[in-house]
Write a protein that binds this ligand. Structure first.
Ligand SMILES: [Zn+2]
Length: 334
């Protein structure tokens, strides 16, 4: 089995045993989650007096990742309240065959854990929004600023210079999850989707109309859900020009197996939104006499009203036209 650490690790970590192409044989032993946890607890006692809350630890085996370790927090904002939905450290398997390398990356990540613990959920939320504005490079610099270096030099004074480096042997990453809506569309035995900030009356009606046709054909309906799932936040793999509303966006197949599984689960077990379109009655009734804007010469009779688009069918002398509600007035003196 050949494991290659790639990406920026090669330039940023040229001084390290990691970050180079190297062979890892099957006989090689990799540190386990339990061992990583013990290493983390030892650093915790040694440098933080045991005050760090060690988050969940994950091992990933993603050969194409450009990070070796990362600390991630997910914060959800709902009605002005902030909740931490995720908190974990993840390590690439490729660094876990060499104990010293693994320890260096664990120590590095623990400083990020300490940084996280200095903030309330709301501060973390604003912090990660700020990081988004800075962009990846700016966020990296900020995450490894003076407070990071203070802890790095404390640790390095015991384990030697360059034990913990500030050039990223790991990536600091945060995700913010805000509620959004998605339309889930059964497609050839799979599920496709698109997201929207909020379902507009027009979108709801269009989907309702699509479903009326699908029901006739015996097809499963399209459904709308509310979600905070980061895996479904970004429909990226555009695959087909089948807009679910005129002039609107297209649907996509999920880009990862995780997103595909989450989408299927949501469709089959989630609670979809009702497709009711809330409407107000129109200002005019069928049969009313109206005039177009203030032109007393353009008089007509209302023949129909669409409460979603708020447009009227109006019969004028020169023919029947579709007119917006705001362009109509009661016919003066008639
Ligand atoms: Zn870092």
């Amino acid at each position: 089995m050949l494991i290659t650490t790639q990406g920026h690790a090669q330039s940023a970590l040229s001084d390290l045993p990691i970050g180079r192409t190297r062979k890892v044989t099957k006989a090689q032993k990799f540190l386990t989650v339990a061992q990583l946890r013990r290493i983390a607890q030892e650093f915790n006692r040694e440098f933080w007096g045991g005050s760090l809350e060690i988050p969940e630890i994950k091992i990933q085996n993603n050969l194409r990742a450009d990070w070796l370790g990362c600390t991630a927090t997910g914060i959800q904002e709902k009605d002005g309240r902030y909740t931490i939905t995720k908190f974990y450290m993840a390590f690439q398997k490729s660094i876990l065959a060499d104990e010293r390398t693994a320890k260096r990356v664990v120590a590095h990540e623990l400083i990020h854990v300490w940084q996280h613990q200095q903030m309330t959920p709301e501060e973390l939320y604003n912090d990660s929004r700020f990081n988004k504005q800075l962009g990846p490079a700016g966020a990296q610099r900020r995450a490894h600023g003076p407070d990071f270096q203070r802890w790095a030099s404390k640790i390095n004074s015991k384990y030697g210079d360059d034990f913990v480096t500030t050039t990223s042997n790991s990536e600091y990453k945060q995700s913010v999850t805000k509620e959004f809506y998605l339309v889930v569309v059964p497609y050839n035995g799979k599920f496709a989707f698109n997201t929207m900030q909020r379902p507009t009356p027009t979108a709801l009606r269009e989907i309702d109309m699509v479903n009326a046709r699908r029901t006739q054909r015996g097809d499963d309906p399209w459904k709308i859900f509310k979600s905070t799932d980061p895996a479904l936040k970004d429909p990226s793999d555009f695959f087909e020009g089948a807009p679910y509303r005129k002039g609107g966006r297209n649907i996509s197949l999920p880009g990862t197996p995780e997103a595909a599984a989450n989408l299927k689960n949501l469709y089959e077990k989630g609670t979809p939104l009702a497709l009711e379109v809330k409407t107000k009655p129109g200002k005019f009734n069928v049969g009313d006499r109206v005039q177009y804007k203030n032109r007393t010469s353009m008089l007509g009779t209302v023949r129909g009203f669409d409460p979603v688009s708020r447009k009227y069918q109006v019969e004028f002398d020169m023919g029947t036209f579709t007119v917006k509600e705001r362009d109509l007035n009661p016919a003066a003196g008639v």
